[in-house]
Ligand binder design. Structure first.
Ligand code: ATP
Ligand code: MG
Length: 738
């Protein structure tokens, strides 16, 4: 047995990693090492129990999380084994099964993926064409939640009192599905639904699967639950980790109930609880605990802090939202400047209930010259200049994708008017063929497009030639180089740089910089282990994918499916402050966390349907912090002008933490934290040595200093910190011998 793999785990974690239970639920609060335990269990199954990595499936909640897990596994079991694992989000895993076996249920080879903006533009066009009154965004949301519940079109509920609304919805739903079919597109929900269809009809596709592991299980929906059952049919060996208190995707049809359902479906389920928190100082945990415990329906759980009290969280009242943003920026600047290169900008996060709140904060950070990245807001890939290139690549990869073709047909301007486009679309709809097919036939004279001018036809001819040329060239390229070479080809053929310089006079430099970054990303992305093909399964024929084509399709799928990852962090050239929505901060941690706009109406959000879920959101946000946490609110926004109720979720004792003026954490506290925070320089060994010498010098007790080896695991609690909540956790003096 490889014991190194187990070193650094506590007893309960070790039990979970090595448990012989075939069905296992690891339920535990934030920061207790669920993700770490899951990762080690995967490694243990492969390294010690001899499972073939190709037969192990591991699901994470985001693409970013799968990348991080891959990195950890590379250290634990080596890159050769790691690369063979089937590891990704539910969506990316389903896509792989559909690429390999989709033909068995009639899914066209080389299908594309419609992202949410594609879905919206399809719906908008339908609503316009049929002159309906339904609001397109609402219709998209309804269709998606309908699908996420695993329901097909036929299963629409009958609600006679709202006949017109219902009828319109049914019409849109039908037309939407037809439009996707013509474009050979699957939307996000289809990826899951169709994979369930596939596995139900052909369970042989997963007959090789020996183990299935799922992170963040509390946020799975009905379809994902079904997928779990299907993927694990053969081996009936499933591990899930989760925390019901962190269920925050109910608004997207996630079901906490899945934990109970799982036990009912697998009566052999064994549950292991982890109790020790390795992330946060105990005074932060205490406050977070006070917040979540307001929900009296939840089972009371024990949560042990492994760290000392640390510095208590601070609550700050500011005159207005602008001052709040300026204050956050100045505090970050102060802390980062004061500590030299020990506390860097990537150690700070600002977590927001709603993405729109970022506006003032972004401006304040920019004005103070603080680099930042925004997660969960506009994605890197949604920026106009990037979107143009991606839509060209999507058309090259999959010309039948009407959405992509429509988006590029006039970019750069080809003076192809609305009339021409509408005529083409109409022909397509009548004949049930894609726009690409219409265009081809018009060009060879098979179809007469009467309203289309000669000029438009010529321009379209040029565009078609460009796409065909790219497709042809792709065949002779080394598969791994396809994305970057095609980007280059697109940029040159369109003279895109010139277009951007002329069209975006003010900020073309930033935009060109983004394009450069996209090129780097395209060439780097394939240096990571490419997603291997699935293991061959006896008796089920896999579709052979064409090298370059499939590399391009994977590249694009990763972009489309990386809903919350900002590309710019990958280069990691420069430390940046993270601004993130709370939803996207799931599973992550930072030494210093700011939660602004904590007031009634913001959190809980005024339109929120489920206050318990809002409370859990605040809990998730607070438990991201390792050492320093501040909550703040602008007076102008808080209904109550006094100290009493900022938001119903904060316990009254929060007012002990109210700090009205001056820096919230003293210079000494911040310096101490920074000096303890040793960066994992290239060698982990150096880190561990650094820690040990610190321990020796300051005779820290062991549990205050996890020797996990990862920088993130280093707790940062200054010896000079006050302890205002000595009843909780171990009093500082006891924990830190000074
Ligand atoms: P969340 O619920 O927020 O997703 P989690 O339960 O998945 O949290 P992890 O992210 O796995 O928790 O771990 C939190 C932090 O604690 C990480 O930095 C991890 O490296 C560290 N950690 C976990 N277990 C241990 C341990 N036994 N010793 C030292 N550090 C640990
Ligand atoms: Mg986790």
């Amino acid at each position: 047995m490889d014991t190194q793999l187990l070193s650094g785990l506590n007893t309960a974690q070790r039990a979970a990693v090595t448990s012989k239970a075939t069905v296992l639920q690891v339920l535990a609060p934030p920061g207790s090492g669920k993700t770490k335990t899951l990762t080690c269990r995967v490694a243990n199954l492969i390294a010690n129990e001899g499972l073939n990595p190709q037969n192990v499936i591991c699901c994470t909640f985001t693409i970013k999380a799968s990348r991080e897990m891959r990195e950890r596994l590379r250290d634990l079991i080596g890159c050769e084994l790691e690369a063979k694992l089937v590891l990704g989000t539910f969506h990316s895993i389903c896509r792989r099964y559909l690429v390999a076996y989709g033909h068995l249920i009639g899914i066209p080879k080389g299908f594309g993926i419609a992202d949410s903006s594609d879905s919206l533009s399809i719906i908008k066009r339908i609503v316009k064409r049929l002159k309906l009154s339904i609001e397109p965004k609402a219709a998209r949301g309804k269709i998606s939640s309908h699908k996420a519940k695993g329901k097909k079109l036929e299963a629409l509920p009958k609600t006679p009192q709202k006949q017109v609304e219902r009828q319109e919805f049914i019409t849109v739903f039908h037309e939407y599905e037809a439009a996707l079919a013509t474009s050979k597109l699957l939307d996000y929900d289809d990826l899951l639904l169709r994979c369930v269809d596939l596995l139900r009809a052909f369970p042989g596709c997963v007959s090789n699967v020996e183990a299935l592991l799922i992170d963040e299980f509390q946020d799975t929906n009905v379809v994902q639950f079904e997928l779990m059952k299907q993927l694990a049919t053969a081996a009936r060996r499933v591990t899930v980790v989760g925390d019901p208190d962190q269920s925050i995707y109910g608004f997207r049809a996630a079901e906490i109930e899945n934990l109970r359902r799982m036990k009912a479906f697998y009566p052999e389920t064994v549950v292991i609880n982890l109790e020790e928190n390795y992330r946060s100082s105990s005074s932060l945990l205490k406050l977070a605990q006070d917040v979540i415990e307001q929900d009296t329906d939840r089972p009371q759980k024990r949560l042990k802090a492994t760290h000392c009290n640390g510095t208590p969280p601070v609550l700050r009242r500011l005159p207005n939202p602008n001052e709040e943003a300026l204050w956050i920026a100045s505090e970050i600047k102060r802390m980062a400047t004061m500590t030299g290169d020990l506390l860097l900008y990537w150690d700070f996060a600002i977590l927001l209930r709603s993405a729109y709140l970022s506006l003032l904060i972004e401006r304040a950070l920019s004005n103070s010259g603080i680099p930042y990245r925004m997660v969960g807001g506009q994605r890197f890939f949604d920026r106009v200049e990037i979107r143009i290139i991606i839509d060209y690549l999507r058309t090259i990869s999959h010309p039948d994708n009407n959405q992509a073709l429509v988006s590029i047909i006039n970019v750069p301007s080809r003076k192809i008017g609305e009339t021409t486009l509408a005529e083409f679309m109409k022909i397509g709809e009548q004949r049930k063929i894609s726009l690409w097919a219409v265009v081809q036939r018009v060009l060879v004279g098979d179809i007469k497009a009467e309203k289309t001018s000669k000029h438009a036809e010529q321009e379209i001819g040029r565009l078609v030639a460009l796409i065909k040329n790219a497709r042809q060239k792709m065949e002779s390229m080394m598969p791994a180089t396809v994305p970057s070479k095609l980007i280059d080809l697109v940029i040159k053929s369109l003279d895109l740089e010139d277009y951007i310089k002329k069209k975006y006079k003010d900020d073309h430099e930033d935009r060109l910089e983004n394009i450069k970054e996209l090129i780097t990303h395209a060439s780097e992305v394939l240096l990571q282990p490419s997603e291997e093909t699935l293991a061959q399964v006896d008796g089920v024929e896999q579709q052979v994918s064409d090298g370059g084509q499939e590399v391009l399709a994977q590249f694009l799928a990763n972009i489309v499916l990386s809903t919350d990852t900002d590309k710019s962090e990958e280069g990691n050239d420069q430390p940046r402050v993270t601004i993130s929505t709370i939803h996207s901060a799931k599973g992550l941690e930072w030494p210093v966390v700011f939660i602004p706009a904590v007031y009634e109406g913001s959190i809980p959000h005024s339109r929120a349907e489920d206050n318990d879920e809002e409370r859990r959101l605040l809990y998730v946000a607070m438990t991201r912090a390792q050492a320093l946490l501040t909550l703040s609110f602008p007076l102008t926004q808080s209904r109550d002008q006094g100290d009493s109720m900022l938001t119903q979720f904060l316990p009254p004792q929060i007012h002990h933490h109210l700090a009205e003026t001056g820096p919230m954490f003293s210079d000494k506290v911040v310096r101490d934290i920074a000096s303890i925070l040793r960066r994992a320089t290239p060698s982990q060994e150096a880190l561990v040595k650094g820690l040990q010498s610190l321990k020796a010098n300051e005779s820290q007790s062991d549990d205050v200093w996890p020797t996990d080896g990862s920088r993130r695991a280093v707790a940062m609690f200054p010896s000079g910190a006050q302890t205002t909540t000595p009843e909780f956790g171990r009093p500082l003096a006891e924990a830190v011998a000074m």
